[in-house]
Design a protein around this ligand. Structure first.
Ligand code: BJ8
Length: 423
């Protein structure tokens, strides 16, 4: 085991609290992940990445910084990371899925705010996240009110740049977003000292599209019956896509898909034939938020897809690679972003159509609509999702929860009853 204490100390982490976090995370991972049967060989790489999540990857980031590169942290799939890579920067997703820094976060935020926001603030204030500490610049956005206002506070502790996200999809909103993307380009160039050229941007678009293509391939393979990979493992792969080096990650996921393809040919499932197939839909599940997938998959069901930003919503659409000039490429980036059907948009009928399409394509027996507590956009939209699914005859269970373990038994009872009902 490599000792990273000196590196963490230099990043100003709270060492005892950080050690406690790693111990809890290790135990949690062992119980939820390593206890699974019939896992793919390719998952060993993902296990390794998780075991080194605050070690090797951080070391790589720091070494890159020593070589003159800049590290950018983002919180939303709306932020076009291609611009960061095109300027020779490094992009890492910072969304946090644990409540460990909650006490610190509640000193500056209301108690009744979404756990994801509380978590990223808590990670910063409690000095627990080496990714946040390693960032040269954090790029926030104005998707929901909670995030928008939280970045005002967050910026007191970390250099932060905020992008304005449109709330509708009219021509004027496209124009607003195009201007924001150009503004971001300038900010990235200023931070890195590197000019973004058409050649570099074209390469970055291709690199991130390749990662999306690998994840699309994984998702397509999950349509097989019996399902060849657990929802937990598939979620983990999607979560790691936000942290890992994109080229390495794509290569590993494609190798894992080769293995999956063989498994599908042999009609080998990760769960017995007839296990209830469910679609998860709603808020993103950031690392290490594995609570609901664990509950579902220990209640006689398997998750076969995620309609979420850590899932289909992030990987479904590619950027058109045919742009020749910088202007065309940025227009193509804008067009792809504007297809994202986040509940922060109004109206947002595409999302409901997508949920129904996915439910049919993946032959699910039901949908679990998952919202984080106090997330108004997804909580309010749940009404429309429920109505549309009922009309189509697809059973739905609405779950609203946070990152604590307090409601786990209650969730289990509800999920078990739902699984029994849809059988
Ligand atoms: S594009 S889903 S990643 S905003 S859960 S903080 S919405 S109160 S995370 Fe998201 Fe971008 Fe949309 Fe996707 Fe607010 Fe809701 Fe919390 Fe949320």
């Amino acid at each position: 085991m490599v000792d990273y204490t000196e590196m963490w100390e230099k990043l100003n982490l709270d060492l005892p609290a950080h050690e406690h976090l790693l111990n809890v995370l290790g135990k949690f991972y062992g119980d939820i992940y390593l206890s699974q049967q019939k896992r793919l060989k390719g998952m060993e790489y993902l296990d390794f990445v998780i075991s080194e999540i605050h070690g090797l990857r951080i070391k790589e980031l720091i070494e890159a910084q020593k070589a003159g590169r800049k590290v950018f942290g983002t919180f939303c799939v709306f932020v076009p990371e291609e611009l960061i890579w095109a300027a020779d920067g490094i992009c890492v997703g910072l969304c946090a899925g644990a409540e460990i820094g909650k006490g610190e976060a509640e000193k500056v935020l209301p108690r009744t705010i979404c756990p994801l926001i509380k978590s990223f603030m808590g990670f910063k204030l409690a000095r627990l996240c080496p990714f946040t500490e390693a960032c040269d610049l954090v790029i926030g956005e104005t998707t929901c009110d909670g995030k928008k206002k939280a970045f005002e506070i967050f910026s007191e502790f970390k250099p932060t740049y905020v992008m304005e996200i449109p709330q509708m999809k009219r021509d004027t909103d496209y124009q607003l977003w195009r201007d924001e993307v150009w503004r971001l380009k300038e900010k990235i160039e200023e931070t890195t000292g590197n000019k973004i050229t058409a050649e570099k941007l074209g390469q970055a678009i291709k690199m991130i599209n390749d990662r999306r293509r690998a994840l699309q391939r994984l998702n397509k393979l999950r349509r097989a019956i019996p399902t060849p990979i657990s929802g937990r493992d598939a979620l983990l792969i999607n979560q790691i896509s936000f942290y890992d080096d994109p080229v390495r990650f794509t290569e590993k996921v494609n190798a894992l898909c080769d293995e999956l393809e063989e498994k599908v040919k042999r009609k080998e499932g990760v769960v017995p034939k007839g296990t209830t197939r469910l679609l998860l839909s709603g808020c993103p599940m950031a690392v290490p938020n594995w609570k609901l997938p664990y509950v579902v998959e220990s209640s006689g069901a398997v998750i076969v897809d995620e309609e979420s930003c850590i899932g289909e919503r992030n990987t479904r659409d590619l950027i058109d690679e045919n742009g020749a000039t910088l202007e065309e490429m940025i227009d193509n980036i804008v067009s792809r972003c504007m297809k994202i059907d986040c509940a922060c948009f109004t109206p947002n009928t595409e999302r409901i159509e997508h949920i129904i399409t996915l439910a049919k394509e993946y032959e699910v027996e039901g949908v679990i609509h998952y919202t984080l507590q106090f997330c108004d956009p997804y909580l309010v939209e749940a009404y429309k999702v429920e109505k549309a699914l009922e009309k189509t005859g697809i059973p739905i269970l609405r779950i609203e929860t946070d990152y604590s373990m307090e409601d786990i038994e209650q969730l289990k009872t509800r999920v078990e009853a739902f699984v029994e009902m849809v059988k």
